[in-house]
Design a protein around this ligand. Structure first.
Ligand SMILES: [Zn+2]
Length: 287
């Protein structure tokens, strides 16, 4: 409210209306629960099958078969990563950060899932380990691994500062996808989507509700690990913001690589397990 607003426009029961208690939009008690105990058990005997080192201010794709694990590790220095996921055989099924946020909250940690777009709306990956889960929610309302930011991109930079910067996560993800699939940039770009901000520490200011970032608490050796629920194509950008303590969308910040490792379960250990089926809504939309 500003001083310019006439007092007469504020209803008498304004405080009473503000005092109404919030209701959780999507109580998630009925969400299917991942079997973390089983995942942790088979992980102990899983064997590393692949690794990709994502260079600073760039991105790389990686593939993870259903039932395998992948781990994103901070190496060399504090660094934030922007993660995209697709169904390996159908790029129209992609990570849906908005619905994931609605279901789990603004930041993800162990036991929570990355959900896919409509009409599929099923778990793509389950977080099985997070060495930053001790961080919780700080005094500013900040936390790590958010699904509230989108990805840094050259269009917003151009809108706000009239720049032409080419190593934002959006461009990094676009180039990496084009290279991996051997398709032109303009075909790859529309497939790039809002991300899971791995290791990034963010929140909304309490007074103005603005999106903020602060230096990530990640240190070399910290990791976030996932169980692939379906065959995945992943794409990870090492953000030009580095630890995102000051600015992004430029070459100013110190940036470091990020390591992606893939682990296969031991022979036969996922034999009785199946990927979750696509969502059960009949898609008739009332017709
Ligand atoms: Zn970025």
């Amino acid at each position: 409210m500003t001083d310019l607003m006439p007092a007469a426009l504020v209803p008498e029961d304004a405080e009473a209306r503000r005092a109404v208690a919030p209701v959780i939009c999507y109580p998630n008690r009925s969400l299917p629960k991942p079997d973390l105990g089983w995942m942790h058990d088979i992980r102990q005997r899983a064997i590393k099958t692949d690794e990709v080192l994502v260079p600073p201010r760039d991105a790389r794709c990686f593939e993870v078969p259903a039932g395998h694990f992948f781990r994103i590790t901070s190496v060399e220095g504090p660094q934030v990563g922007d993660l995209n996921l697709w169904n390996l055989s159908d790029l129209s099924e992609r990570f849906y950060s908005g619905k994931t946020r609605a279901l789990h909250g603004t930041h993800l940690t162990t036991g929570e899932r990355m959900w896919s777009s409509f009409p599929h709306l099923r778990p793509m990956a389950t977080i099985t380990a997070d060495t930053l889960d001790w961080y919780g929610i700080d005094g500013f309302g900040g936390s790590v691994h958010d699904v509230i930011g989108t990805r840094c991109d050259p269009y917003t930079g151009n809108l706000l500062s009239d720049t032409q910067y080419h190593h934002c996560c959006h461009s990094n993800l676009t180039r990496a996808l084009a290279d991996h699939l051997d398709i032109p940039l303009d075909q790859a770009e529309p497939a790039v989507h809002d991300v899971l901000n791995v290791f990034m520490c963010t929140g909304f200011t309490r007074d103005t509700g603005q999106y903020f970032m602060k230096a990530s608490p990640v240190r070399p050796g910290d990791y976030l690990e996932f169980f692939a629920e379906i065959d995945l194509l992943g794409n990870l950008s090492a953000c030009p913001g580095g630890d995102c303590s000051s600015e992004h969308s430029s070459d100013t910040a110190a940036c470091y690589p990020l390591l992606v490792e893939v682990f296969a379960p031991a022979e036969g250990e996922v034999a009785g397990w199946d990927s979750p089926p696509p969502n059960g809504y009949d898609r008739s939309h009332g017709r």
